[in-house]
Ligand binder design. Structure first.
Ligand code: HEC
Length: 112
C-alpha cells in the first residue's frame, strides 16, 4: 500500500514538473515568437509534434538556423535572439510547449 502511494505521488510530481516546463515555454513563446508569428498559439497548431521535435532538436538549432539563414528581412530581426545566449537556455522549455500543443496533441492552450 505504501509503495502504491509513493508511486502515485511520484507520478503526480513528474506531471507537475512537466507542466511547469511547458508553462515556461509558453511564456517564452508569447514573449519572443508571437510578435512575428501573428497567429499566436494557433501558429503552434500548424505543426505536428514530430515536426516541432525536429525543429527543436539540439537545443533548437534547426529552428535558429531557419531564421538566421532566412532571406526574409522580417526573420533577420530575430537573429539577435536566436544567436544569443537566452535562446539555448529556453529551447527545451519551448520544445515542451510546442510539442504539447502541436496539431496532433488534441490540446488548446488557454488564452493568456
Ligand atoms: C523577428 C521576427 C521573428 C521572430 C522573433 C520569430 N520568427 Fe519564426 N519566422 C519568421 C519569418 C519571417 C519566417 C519565414 C522565414 C522564411 O520563410 O525564410 C519564420 C519562420 C518560422 C518557421 C518555419 C515556417 C513554417 O511555417 O514552417 C517556424 C516553425 C518558426 N518561424 C517558429 C518560430 C518560433 C517558435 C519562434 C520563437 C522562438 C520564432 N519563430 C521567432 C520571423 C520570426
Amino acid at each position: 500500500m505504501i509503495k502504491y502511494i509513493a508511486y502515485i505521488l511520484l507520478l503526480f510530481m513528474l506531471q507537475t514538473t512537466l507542466e511547469a516546463a511547458s508553462y515556461k515555454g509558453q511564456s517564452e513563446f508569447v514573449r519572443q515568437c508571437v510578435k512575428c508569428h501573428k497567429g499566436g498559439q494557433d501558429f503552434v497548431a500548424t505543426k505536428r509534434a514530430i515536426e516541432w521535435k525536429k525543429l527543436m532538436a539540439k537545443k533548437g538549432e534547426p529552428l535558429a538556423k531557419l531564421h538566421i539563414n532566412s532571406t526574409d528581412e522580417n526573420a533577420l530581426k530575430s537573429t539577435e535572439y536566436f544567436s544569443g545566449s537566452r535562446y539555448p537556455k529556453f529551447a527545451k522549455h519551448l520544445k515542451d510547449f510546442l510539442v504539447d500543443y502541436a496539431s496532433d496533441s488534441g490540446r488548446v492552450p488557454a488564452c493568456n
